[in-house]
Design a protein around this ligand. Structure first.
Ligand SMILES: Cc1ncc(COP(=O)(O)O)c(C=O)c1O
Length: 382
């Protein structure tokens, strides 16, 4: 008999819904990935580097040229100066960075506060470190953090808080005032932060991202994580990075070097070149995705779904109470895929304790215009 270390983990809803989309031929707005390619110059650069023989192990901490580009980016966007050698580590995906950060500092018996609904990789990572997640629900209407509830959840065992802004699945943003609140509440405590900022460039309506990197007090205890996959439309490359103060980076690297050792070499080479040559890509990204959000939301105005345009990420939540209030969200997502040809993600799967009567599904709009039009047509016909 195997004594599973993760007895509560099964096939994720993301796999289930994507498989069902393939089986039924439905449009796949479930899993979060674009149905268009990354920039041609970036793709071409990978081919060139592979052909030129850049196919052996990269340095454990990441290619220096790429770390330099990351440092230049955060200096430009957030006005912060981070040490290229000691504070930046390139990882095979943000997921690996999250895992390594948690393993690096969580010990058996430690508690980690996560805000529900939350991304699914946090809890298994905490459990494998012997810790326990304490789930604090976000508000049901706008997915804001209730700082009183957070404060009530703090105990002497609290060792980490996981933040995620822009937030998957809701798109909600954490403000500078939120960060100040957090800093005040944990000021005298021995608590680390994981700040999952993989959607840092997907923020709309002119709002600026409140990065933990720019919050001096919080940064001292933080692992700030991002993903090239999201930023450059290449989620399958699984390449990300973590920025943390030197002592925390040193602990994270001890884990990272035995989980994966390094990220993929030619991808790092290509990303470094592309970032140097095309800084405008990041500047144009909010507008690029805002246009998709606006198109999708305009088209959905003709449907019976209700929604507020998302402030961030490439996910749009929609409420289906006016359509099938009798179905819970998992059954709704299955029904929508099988009967109407659009795959989505039910929001309840992001909760430890789903909200009774919540009727929300998540749709990914990182899609070509024609895909969004076809999907909206199907959704408006219901
Ligand atoms: C909130 C959040 N964090 C982390 C990740 C993982 O990023 P990566 O693909 O770089 O591992 C995702 C991907 O969907 C995400 O939505």
């Amino acid at each position: 008999m195997i004594r599973s270390k993760l007895p509560n983990v099964g096939t994720t809803i993301f796999t289930t819904m994507s498989q069902l989309a393939v089986q039924t031929g439905a449009l796949n707005l479930s899993q979060g990935f674009p149905d268009f390619n990354g920039p041609q110059a970036l793709l071409d650069a990978v081919g060139r580097y592979v052909a030129a023989g850049h196919n052996q192990y990269a340095p454990m901490t990441g290619l220096p040229a790429l770390r330099q580009q990351v440092a230049a980016k955060v200096a430009r966007l957030y006005g912060v100066s981070v040490d290229v050698e000691q504070e930046i580590t390139i990882t095979p995906g943000a997921t690996e960075a999250i895992f390594c950060a948690i393993q690096a500092v969580i010990n058996p018996g430690d508690e980690v506060i996560v805000f529900d609904p939350c991304y699914d990789s946090y809890e298994p990572s905490v459990e494998l470190a012997g810790g326990r997640c304490v789930h604090v629900p976000l508000s049901n209407d706008d997915f804001a953090i209730d700082w009183q509830r957070f404060s009530d959840a703090l105990t002497p065992r609290t060792r980490m808080v996981v933040l995620n802004s822009p937030h998957n699945p809701s798109g909600a943003l954490i403000s500078r005032a939120d960060l100040d609140q957090l800093a005040a509440l944990i000021a005298d405590r021995d608590i680390y932060l994981v700040s999952d900022e993989v959607y840092e460039h997907l923020i709309y309506d002119g709002v600026a991202h409140a990065s933990v990197l720019a919050h001096e007090q919080l940064y001292q205890r933080a692992f700030v994580i991002s993903s090239f996959g999201k930023t450059y439309h290449v989620t399958g490359w699984k390449t990300g990075y973590v920025i943390a103060p030197p002592q925390l980076s040193a602990e994270l690297r001890k884990v990272h070097q035995y989980v994966n050792f390094c990220a993929v070499t030619p991808l790092q080479c290509a990303l470094a070149d592309f970032m140097a040559e095309h800084p405008e890509h990041i500047e144009q990204l909010p507008g690029f995705y805002q246009a998709k959000r606006d198109l999708f939301c305009d088209l959905l105005q003709g449907s019976r779904f209700s929604f507020k345009p998302t402030p961030g990420t490439y996910f749009q939540l929609v409420d289906y109470s006016a359509i099938r209030p009798d179905l819970n969200d998992v059954d709704m997502a299955l029904w929508l895929t099988r009967e109407h040809g659009v795959a989505s993600i039910p929001v309840s799967v992001f909760y430890q304790t789903p909200v009774p009567q919540q009727r929300l599904i998540r749709l990914c709009f990182a899609k070509r215009e024609e895909t969004l039009q076809q999907a909206a047509e199907k959704l408006c016909a219901i």
